[in-house]
Design a protein around this ligand. Structure first.
Ligand SMILES: [Zn+2]
Ligand SMILES: [Zn+2]
Length: 333
């Protein structure tokens, strides 16, 4: 097998990425106790200031106003799950389908400070991160092969993070995941039956109902979803209807920064040193102008591990009640 390959599960139509170089990437989350110590550059951390020789090329950078010349920067992932030099052409192998593993995998180093997390960032620092997310999304969509651009953040070993230094990741791919297709079909069918966007309607209902609300500002609402899969799951939903995160207006960015910061701070107030994933759910490139889709952010704390029943049935078991979590998150901060 080549270093990168994407195979299709013939039974579920889901794709599986094979990336054999990933096992060599460095890990420092074993030092969990350092989670929130005062920040000093770490000589071994590839993302810390002064270690640029082990970092590699810088794709994008925003200037800093502290003791460092940069506030956030974007670099290619040294251990990418996909390979930008591969082809996206699909190949038959017997009864199966595969591709070479084309895609781009970038890292956004969110701060020069080694031990910070989103909960520690100022409004200005959060706005810089949003600017990086948005700018790289627009750049990656310039490449016609990139159909999907996904931004995500893993915090802590239970969430799949290997390094402490605050960072997010961006993956661009030519593959349309079966999961996204399925959700697009639900939104399409809802639009056909009701004549409106499923998220706009959900948002209107939840704002009136109040019991699952966590935080709201002029352009975004954070809530615990009605059928939250894990304790303290939160969705940040833009009030402005757009299918793609790429359409985010400049004057809405400070409000998004504030919403993320408020949501994560509340999570930290409810649970000590939470491990979590944050994902921006945005549409495929070819769906960007369709009226039934609405981008949003999902925050998934990793407080427990899915077990046999969840794997077999795909039915999550949540030990918390969504309305109680929302009340706690709402009142904590
Ligand atoms: Zn570092
Ligand atoms: Zn909508």
């Amino acid at each position: 097998m080549a270093q990168h390959e994407i195979r299709q599960n013939k039974i579920s139509r889901e794709w599986v990425i094979y990336s054999t170089g990933r096992g060599k990437r460095p890990h420092d989350f074993i030092k969990q106790e350092e989670f929130h110590l005062a920040s000093e550059p770490d000589k071994k951390c590839p993302f810390c200031p002064g270690n640029e020789e082990i970092l590699g090329p810088i794709l994008y950078q925003l200037p800093g106003e502290n003791q460092y010349t940069w506030a956030a920067r974007c670099v290619p992932n040294k251990y990418p799950i996909l390979d930008s030099s591969s082809s996206s052409k699909r190949i038959h192998e017997g009864i199966y389908l595969k591709t070479q593993g084309y895609g781009e995998h970038e890292l956004i180093i969110e701060s020069p400070f080694h031990n910070k997390d989103l909960a520690d960032f100022s409004q200005q620092e959060m706005e810089i991160i949003i600017e990086c997310y948005h700018s790289r999304t627009l750049t990656l969509f310039e490449h016609p092969q990139n159909q999907m651009v996904q931004i995500f953040r893993n915090r802590g070993p239970k969430a799949g993070a290997s390094l402490i230094h605050p960072h997010s990741q961006i993956i661009a791919s030519s593959i349309a995941p079966h999961y996204m297709r399925y959700r697009e079909e639900i939104a399409q069918s809802y639009y056909d039956d009701h004549g409106c966007c499923i998220f706009c309607e959900l948002l209107e209902y939840e704002i009136k109902a109040e019991q699952r609300m966590v935080y709201q500002n002029k352009h975004f609402t954070t809530l615990v979803p009605y059928a939250a899969e894990v304790p303290y799951e939160m969705w940040i939903i833009p009030h402005h209807h757009d299918a793609s995160f790429a359409a985010l207006a400049s004057d809405h960015k400070p409000y998004l920064a504030e919403s993320i910061s408020q949501s994560i701070k509340r999570l930290y107030a409810c649970y000590e040193k939470p491990n979590y994933n944050m994902v921006i759910h945005s549409c495929m490139r070819y769906k960007q102008d369709e009226p039934q889709l609405h981008w949003y952010i999902q925050i998934m704390p990793r407080l427990s591990t899915p077990a046999g029943f969840e794997i077999g049935s795909r039915i999550p078991i949540n030990s918390h009640i969504p309305e109680e979590d929302a009340l706690e998150l709402r009142q904590k901060f």
